[in-house]
Design a protein around this ligand. Sequence first.
Ligand SMILES: [Zn+2]
Length: 281
Amino acid sequence: MKPICLTSALALLLLGRAAAAGQAPAPVKLEDLTHPEIQQRAPQVLLLPIGSTEPHANHLCYGNDAFTAGSLAARAVERASRNGARVLVLPVMPYGVNTNLIPIPLAQSIRPATMIQFVHDVVDTAEKQGVRKVLILNTHGGNKTTLGTALRELAASHPKVFVALVQPGDVYAEVAAQVIERRGDHASEAETSLALALFPEKVDMRKAVPPREAELKLGSLRAGYLTFVRPWKHVSDNTGVGDPTRATADKGRKLVEIFVDRIASFLKELSDAELSDTFPY
Ligand SMILES: [Zn+2]
């Protein structure tokens, strides 16, 4: 990596001054920046948000996961940048692995192999451009195992790049256990509360209803210790899983704050870290 240059130092100073003066934070998304600005910033870390485009019950929109990923990424990177991290947000990947939703109208799906290739190409390009630290922020459950596989592949193909994966639910799990009254996974109270905190204009709580969920036939499957892919057409009458009616923006803000605080700290640590042959050890 290039050592920090004078223009980068100046850019960081200006970022800090803008924050101190209460001004709008400097843009942190690659698509909002110009060529000279990118040269000035010389980012050390790239954050890749990955979502999905799929139905989310009656009250959230198809783009919910992609909007959540982009919004959480920008907030975490804004805070990390204020603290001096040299990190940028890449464009959001709005397609997800939804091979079990294909029968549902216009649920968009790419195959796991396509997702692995996509992540490979983003990381490969970053390394060729001199950036060897990447954080993937994933908001879609159907991507989780595939992205884990992608990281295993990258460990072999790109051993000099440090790639980490984060899912918001894992970051604020203990807070969600206290704040969220009714558990669920898709378009649930937690996911709806996040959306209300991040982009309330895209949520219609008048249409939020508890879905009629199908019951699994086998007790062993209900116990939760087996992995299987749910054919989503049959999980409930409106694609939701979990009652969203008690969702509030205030609950969502509590989850967002924990996420932003923890991930901004991580991004700052990662940005400052010297990459060695034994990193992260
Ligand atoms: Zn979702």
